[in-house]
Design a protein around this ligand. Structure first.
Ligand code: DBV
Length: 257
């Protein structure tokens, strides 16, 4: 498998990776904010190993791409390509706490049992109307348009609810033609619209007071600690790359606030 990193700003490319068009689109959408590289330690830029059985080994690649802008503290993509075993794009935008912005989150996961797909603009302060109202009013119509064309992904853990918005798009799709065409026709459009709304919010965001920024920081820390503690990829990444690498990756790269 070939992975290309032309320089630290171009999006990484992984041959035959299901989610490459989504990362490319996100990269294009962020250009207006003049992204700069976000440093990632060498051992997390590209990690390879082998999974599967002795008779049927599967090569695994986990690669990370990240950038930042003046309003976005960290934009990062965790990319996994493991042939029939897994294909993942987990993409999170962490805004600067100098702006009243939500997180952008996408979890696009293909496993042997099917696709699990999540999209959301997630609040740092869920019970704070000043933080949520203007986002949710614009997000909910987008959510409704696309979620109704997708099966519901099923229940999510009660403890996760403080971190989700009412526009949490969540579906499970079968592998094969039916799932692929829903990804091409619905999930792609939903991803692009969630991202377009997010870019509009970022463009319009104005700096907040120091006190407000401190509140947002506390909210972001709670969210980040939750995501690191409950990362659903922990099991998979530990199988692929071992526990020490995975814990460092989760705490120092993926959820590094
Ligand atoms: N999820 C991550 C990171 C991943 C990742 C950093 C590097 O937060 C992948 C990869 N998510 C991933 C994998 C699985 C899930 C599942 C591999 C499958 C785990 C398994 O079945 O073994 C949304 N993702 C899930 C689940 C949810 C989410 C609700 C199901 C959990 C379960 O069934 O227990 N992830 C969750 C979420 C966001 C997100 C709300 C934000 C939009 O990124």
């Amino acid at each position: 498998m070939t992975v290309h990193r032309q320089n630290s700003l171009e999006p990484l490319t992984i041959d035959n990776w299901r989610w490459q068009p989504f990362l490319n689109h996100a990269y294009q959408a962020l250009q207006e904010f003049s992204p700069e590289p976000y440093p990632i330690a060498e051992q997390f830029l590209l990690q390879r190993s082998t999974t599967g059985s002795k008779s049927k080994p599967v090569e695994v690649t986990t690669a990370t791409w990240a950038c930042r802008t003046s309003k976005l503290r960290q934009v990062r993509a965790a990319c996994v390509e493991a042939g029939s075993a897994a294909s993942v794009l987990n993409f999170v935008i962490n805004p600067s706490t100098d702006f009243d912005l939500p997180f952008f989150g996408a979890d696009l996961v293909t496993l042997p049992a099917g696709h699990l797909l999540a999209l959301d603009l997630q609040p740092a302060l869920k019970t704070d109307a000043a933080h949520t109202d203007s986002v949710w009013n614009r997000l909910i119509p987008i959510f409704e348009r696309w979620q109704k064309r997708l099966p519901n992904g099923g229940p999510i853990p009660e403890e996760a609810k403080p971190y989700f918005s009412p526009g949490f798009l969540w579906t499970r799709l079968p592998l094969g033609e039916e799932g692929d065409s829903l990804i091409d026709e619905v999930v792609t459009a939903a991803f692009n619209e969630y991202l377009r709304l997010y870019v509009d919010l970022v463009r319009d965001a104005l700096p907040v007071s120091r006190a407000r920024s401190q509140q947002l920081l506390e909210g972001q820390k709670g969210y980040t600690a939750y995501r690191a503690e409950k990362d659903p990829a922990r099991g998979m990444l530990t199988r692929f790359h071992g526990s020490a690498w995975t814990e460092a990756y989760i705490h120092d790269v993926l959820f590094d606030l």
